[in-house]
Design a protein around this ligand. Structure first.
Ligand SMILES: *Cc1c(COP(=O)(O)O)cnc(C)c1O
Length: 440
């Protein structure tokens, strides 16, 4: 039985009480109006841009129901791929149930999902309050594009709740953050942020409520469910661990019913719907294997983090599963599998020991050796794949963030991000050991 409040049978009809989330991710809904699971074991990779409407009335009803917030109550009327279609729809249903949201709308990339979640909340003159360290392109969206629409931003350390309280103004409509933060892996206490936002919302009109949006890409719903902890909306890059095999891009917005229509209309008009051909591998390969992959990744990550911690050429290691992790109590409270096991994820951040941290000679030597000679580590951006990936965030994924903000956010020039794959730890440690032996 689910110990930690995730009883999937309460969210999905026709699933026996007590069924684990892991079995749900393998079997999905046995009965869906979208596909006949009684006869087909694998759902279709549908590819039909448009749909035959047998009467004008059916087309009219389809358009009326679309984005009305009531479409989930009746059989879907398919009209056109960008509006709704069955393969993507099945993935959306599964993701919504997994995260515990009322709806999921899937996008072609994580960035289009993030732009949509913020886009439905923010009008000209509004502001977003965000954590100071963000995925590079999210940072660029807020600082390069939103000012053109007269949408402001305030960056701060959201772990400081008094600073958060002070940063929220009459113009604020969204509080946005990642947890764990990319790439530094600090955590933000989602329930505590919710308390602050509730105080603000109690004094506001229903049309001016502040929403908490959490980018849950690093943890995935297997390791953390922000909606259960108090977030209003979750966004994902499905490109990462949820997709898991590195073959397709995707994104998702998951949230409360009241926002469903707006997010669907946003996708209809701005485009960037997830292609059914990309939804299919995420539905058929990604989600069913996510728990298996993450368990193995976490097992390996813990061993690798412990190895790094004991290495003289490594000055700092951050992994939420290590005993000396600064926010261990919060990690244990927040990062849990649906069955309640501690689940600190597969990402590690560490810093190489340097004579001068601003001229990180060891860092470059280590990463370049790995790029050219390592067998189980690959120099590449992205994360959450079968193979272990390594990168230097300051020089690569977070290069769009100005140096001053990078340092302020804890992204050091000698920092290295590891996305641990499913390899046994000993093979990764062999490669790391050979690379670190070059450090002076
Ligand atoms: C990769 C990533 C994104 C963007 O997702 P894409 O699918 O590449 O558009 C957003 N947030 C985080 C934390 C990511 O790692």
């Amino acid at each position: 039985m689910a110990k930690h409040g995730t009883d999937i049978s309460k969210r999905i009809r026709n699933i026996p009480a007590g069924t684990s989330v892991e079995s749900f991710l393998i079997h999905g809904r046995h009965f869906t109006e979208k596909w006949d699971f009684r006869h087909h074991i694998i759902p279709p990779q549908s590819s039909s841009v448009t749909y035959r409407l047998d009467k004008t009335e059916r087309g009219a009803r389809g358009f009326q129901e679309y984005a009305s917030g009531n479409a989930h109550k009746s059989k879907p009327i398919y009209i056109y791929d960008r509006l709704d279609e069955p393969t993507r729809g099945m993935l959306e249903d599964e993701l919504a149930a997994f995260e515990g949201g009322d709806f999921c709308v899937a996008f072609s990339t994580g960035m289009s999902a993030i732009a949509a979640a913020l886009g439905v909340m923010l009008n000209a003159g509004d502001e977003v309050v965000a954590h100071k360290t963000l995925y590079g392109c999210t940072y660029s969206l807020l600082t390069n594009w939103y000012p053109r629409l007269n949408i402001g931003h305030t960056f701060l350390d959201i772990r400081d709740l008094n600073a958060l309280r002070a940063a929220i103004t009459d113009k604020t409509r969204a509080v946005y953050f990642e947890s764990p933060v990319n790439p530094t892996l600090e955590l933000i206490d989602i329930a505590a942020v919710r308390k602050v936002v509730d105080e603000v919302n109690a004094k506001r009109e229903p049309t001016r409520q502040v929403y908490i949006i959490v980018d849950n890409t690093f943890a995935t719903p297997f390791c953390q469910r922000p909606l259960e902890l108090g977030a209003h909306v979750v966004v994902h890059s499905l490109t990462k661990n949820i997709g898991g095999f590195g073959t397709d891009m995707g994104g998702a917005v998951i949230g409360p019913r009241e926002l469903e229509g707006q997010v669907l209309l946003y996708r209809k008009d701005f485009g960037a719907a997830l292609a059914p051909k990309s939804a299919w591998p995420i539905l058929v390969y990604g989600l069913p294997t996510l728990p298996l992959r993450l368990r193995q990744q976490m097992h390996t990550a813990y061993e690798v983090a412990r190895y790094l911690q004991g290495h003289p050429k490594v000055s700092r290691v951050v992994y939420p599963g290590l005993d000396n992790y600064p926010q261990l109590a919060l990690a244990k409270q927040q990062m849990r599998t649906p069955d309640g096991e501690f689940a600190p994820g597969n990402m590690i951040y560490f810093e190489t020991a340097e004579v001068d941290a601003n001229q990180p000679e060891n860092n470059i030597k280590v990463v370049d050796w790995i790029a050219q000679h390592a067998y189980t580590l690959t120099l590449a951006v992205s994360l959450g794949q079968l193979r272990t990936l390594i990168e230097n965030p300051g020089a690569m994924t977070h290069a769009a963030v100005p140096e001053e903000q990078r340092l302020e956010g804890g992204i050091a020039p000698n920092g290295i991000r590891l996305s641990i794959g499913v390899e046994p730890a000993a093979d990764i440690i062999r490669d790391l050991d050979a690379a670190l032996a070059l450090a002076k």
